[in-house]
Write a protein that binds this ligand. Structure first.
Ligand code: 13P
Ligand code: SF4
Length: 330
């Protein structure tokens, strides 16, 4: 990190964050795609499901969410009594952008016999229009609990939906959204990279298109990919997801070699999420100091969105019976 300039000149940002964290009784939650310096000072680093659970369980009064907006909103939906801050409110997500609530509502209305199984990478409004939320680490488990004769809309990620269809042999109506980061990996460059590292396995996130997933030895969430990196045979792994996760791999396994899968220009590590990258230590410091930007959600909307999230948390831990599934949100 360069020395801060402007209004923050002369301030020790890391020490300031430490002090504010104590004064505010705050917990700092960070996603694996955050900058290394943010991961390093977070109280907890995790995938979308783990971060949702942490946000629900924490005793802290303030949740400083270092991730993207839908993640901070999820924390607020699950813990409304807490102050939830996000260092940069512009930290959106291309999947969320691909699924405007009015269009999603119209799509649902056109398919009244379908339930909506929805990826957590969406707005609070879309969560409120959905029956069950999934994350990449919980999607298979949750989908396999839904009765086979139940018709399903899956949105907004067509690649995750397509992967689930292929893996579980389950037809679903797919919303046509994509993650711009995972969409950008190049199959041609990946094949070249594999040839340069014969025997090195490929781990891919299911947000990748099928032509990338088809080359993968392991497909899973960020936490799943980390576990695979620890357990895999050999010491070189090609990683087809946002490259900031490699920071955690190098911390846990400094003797292994992790190579980011390339984009179309053949450059490794060029698939950085522009939304996740908006958060910086300086913005985190300001957010803790000012308790702003803060997430606010209208209570009626929050309660509707919470139903689909609660279903996810119950089904991901296996506490829902088959009879509970399929009902529309009120
Ligand atoms: P997971 O960490 O749940 O695998 O999600 C990845 C992601 O794209 C977050 O935006
Ligand atoms: Fe959204 Fe993709 Fe960035 Fe995740 S990596 S926040 S899915 S744009």
């Amino acid at each position: 990190m360069n020395a801060p300039t402007g209004p923050l000149a002369g301030i020790d940002i890391r020490a300031g964050i430490e002090q504010l964290r104590k004064e505010r009784n705050a917990i700092i939650l960070a996603h694996y795609y955050q900058r290394p310096e943010i991961q390093d000072l977070a109280d907890y680093v995790g995938d979308s499901l783990e971060l949702s659970r942490k946000a629900q369980q924490t005793d802290a009064e303030v949740i400083a969410f270092c991730g993207v907006r839908f993640m901070a909103e999820t924390a607020k939906i699950l813990s409304p009594e807490k102050t939830v801050i996000l260092p940069d409110m512009d930290a959106g997500c291309s999947l969320e952008d691909s699924c405007p609530p009015d269009q999603f509502a119209a799509f649902r209305a056109a398919h009244p016999d379908h339930i909506a199984l929805t990826y957590i990478n969406c707005s609070t409004e879309v969560k409120a229009l959905s029956d069950i939320i999934v994350t990449s680490s919980s999607a298979e488990k949750i989908l396999s609990q839904i009765p086979l004769d139940q018709k399903i809309i899956f949105g907004p990620d067509k690649h995750l939906g397509g992967y689930l269809q292929r893996k579980l042999g389950r037809e679903m109506l797919l919303w046509p959204g994509v993650c711009i980061v995972h969409e950008a990996f190049s199959e041609t460059e990946l094949i070249k990279l594999k040839a340069q590292h014969p025997g090195a396995p490929v781990a891919a996130h299911p947000e990748c298109p099928a032509h990338i997933v088809d080359h993968a030895d392991y497909v899973g969430s960020t936490s799943g990919i980390l576990t695979y990196a620890k357990e895999m045979p050999g010491d070189t792994l090609i990683v087809a997801t946002e490259p900031h996760i490699i920071h955690q791999m190098q911390l846990a396994m400094p003797h292994k070699n992790f190579i980011g899968a390339p984009g179309a220009d053949g450059n490794c590590n060029c698939n950085i999420c522009p939304y996740m990258a908006l958060n910086t230590l300086e913005k985190l410091y300001i957010a803790l100091r000012d308790l702003s930007p803060q997430v606010h959600i209208e209570e009626g909307l929050r309660l509707k969105a919470k139903k689909s999230l609660d279903r996810m948390l119950d089904m991901a831990s296996g506490t829902v019976g088959q009879g509970d599934l399929g009902a529309r949100p009120a």
